[in-house]
Design a protein. Structure first.
Length: 126
């Protein structure tokens, strides 16, 4: 019978040490990961733009123009959840990893959990 490995968890510290809108870029082995606090939500993504390899998490966290039902019109939305690449302005949603620039491109996301008022980054089982 195959043994089930549990995911590795990194304790990033108390929730109240992360200010709203703050980002922290950390390394786990050879992988760089950005952790973002947006209101009461925490999100983590790999710090690598799949377009041309920029340190994605160094770009601005903003919103973007979203399509609406009326043809030819756009609406500003997703405020605080759109990570824009500092090199070529490609945009990714930190909640889903989805690209707003190239629909088939995604970034790696990681689950973040709050346990006993501490922020925990959940990594793939090793």
């Amino acid at each position: 019978m195959k043994r089930e490995d549990s995911p590795k968890t990194l304790d990033l510290g108390p929730v109240d040490e992360f200010a709203d809108g703050e980002r922290r870029i950390m390394r786990h082995g050879r992988v760089s990961i950005g952790v973002f606090r947006v209101g009461d939500d925490f999100h983590a993504v790999r710090n690598y733009c799949p377009h041309e390899g920029a340190e994605l998490c160094r770009g601005p966290l903003t919103g973007t123009n979203l399509p609406v039902a009326r043809s030819g019109h756009m609406e500003w939305g997703a405020e605080g959840y759109v990570l824009r690449c500092p090199w070529h302005a490609w945009e990714f949603d930190i909640r889903t990893g989805r690209s707003y620039t190239a629909t088939k491109m995604r970034i790696k996301t990681y689950p973040v959990e709050i346990r006993e008022q501490r922020v925990h980054l959940i990594l793939k089982a090793s």
